[in-house]
Design a protein around this ligand. Structure first.
Ligand code: SPD
Length: 347
């Protein structure tokens, strides 16, 4: 064989190999739709390797944004992480797949103490992922006379340096709590009062914000922020002047759950991922990375002592007693939407 022929055969073989590679079986894909800063990249890589698959993560910044996107017809997601009250809404609309417990041998790791608070106690279509305690973050050295109270949002000396969550249930809920009412109230007069409280706070705040408040607090642009517990703990890593307080009038407790939409292209892989998250080692890793407690009982002993003693991740009983779960309020959600629209439009 001439040198030229050998060279040509080599080229053809390389081209064939490249062709076969490109046309070979496509890796299975898992599409996740979740909140930002809510997954540990190393764990995702580990899952991809173990299942020879590709994981893609899209993010939302509020339950309502996620809901609007799904209702507008977005498909292709295998796994969602909404808060429980939103899971209930999706379930009522028949948008969720029942979970196959045979594929979830780690389900028993969910802490019964927290499962007893969940809506879907049988984990028929959702599994608790994390717990959020809605809190106030502030810069300890810059805010004088800080009080762990919703009244901080009335402090005119902090005008323009405060943010409130752009989250209908949380912010109207804060208004209700500040008045001593349930954050699930559907009483028209109480909701009207709460609307006026939030409108008063609105005069004082820089904006309603769910994402940028984190960096804003870390950089000192904002001095007091209404925030989700783990997000505040995350930015505290960047600026240790950040303090986190739970308002004494009470605040919101919520679960974000893992659930599979009926339109999921790969529900088997979604089950595998849920089961992977429920491994105690992985749940502990997540708690120490995203700073939201994964309510996975056997994972607790794998956490560092400092984390196990953290009062936001493991609040003392007297604090828990003041927290209220954001509940499913059925069709009365329309009342909240109306109040929220009035708050957004109002001066
Ligand atoms: N960065 C993750 C934020 C998730 C917080 N949970 C939202 C709970 C809403 N009630």
């Amino acid at each position: 064989m001439t040198k030229k022929n050998t060279w040509m055969i080599g080229c053809l073989a390389a081209a064939l190999a490249a062709f076969l590679c490109a046309c070979g079986p496509k890796k299975p894909e898992l599409h996740i739709y979740t909140w930002s800063d809510y997954m540990k990249p190393e764990l995702v890589k580990e899952f991809e390797k173990a299942h020879n698959c590709k994981v893609t993560i899209d993010t939302f910044d509020s339950n309502e944004a996620m809901y609007a996107k799904l209702r507008a017809g977005a498909t292709g997601y295998d796994l969602l992480f909404p808060s429980s009250y939103m899971v209930k809404l999706l379930f009522d609309l028949d948008m969720l797949l029942p979970l196959d417990h045979a594929k979830l041998p780690n389900l028993g790791n969910i802490d019964p103490k927290y499962l007893s608070l969940a809506f879907d106690k049988e984990m028929h279509h959702s599994v608790p992922y994390t717990l959020t305690i809605t809190s106030i973050g502030y810069l300890g050295s810059r805010v004088e006379d800080f009080k762990p109270s919703w009244s901080m949002f009335d402090r005119t000396d902090l005008k323009g340096r405060i943010t409130l969550l752009n989250d209908m249930r949380e912010t109207i809920g804060a208004g209700l709590k500040s008045l001593g009412y349930s954050l699930n109230s559907t009483d028209d007069a109480q909701l009207e009062e709460a609307k006026n409280v939030v409108l008063r706070w609105k005069k004082n705040i820089a904006k309603f914000e769910n994402e940028q408040y984190k960096n804003g607090l870390a950089s000192g642009e904002f001095l007091v922020t209404h925030g989700y517990s783990g997000d505040l703990m995350l930015v505290k890593e960047e600026n240790d002047d950040i303090q986190i307080a739970i308002p004494e009038e009470g605040s919101a407790l919520s679960f974000d759950d893992m659930c599979i939409p009926k339109t999921a292209p790969n529900p088997d892989l979604a089950h595998e991922f849920i089961n992977f998250v429920l491994e105690p080692r992985n749940a502990a890793d997540l708690t120490e990375f995203i700073w939201y407690l994964c309510p996975n009982a056997p994972s607790y002993e794998l956490l560092s002592e400092e984390v196990r003693e953290d009062p936001i991740l493991f609040p003392p009983e007297e604090v828990v007693a003041k927290l209220e779960m954001i509940g499913d309020i059925g069709d009365d959600i329309a009342k909240y939407t109306k109040v929220w629209d009035a708050i957004k439009a109002g001066e």
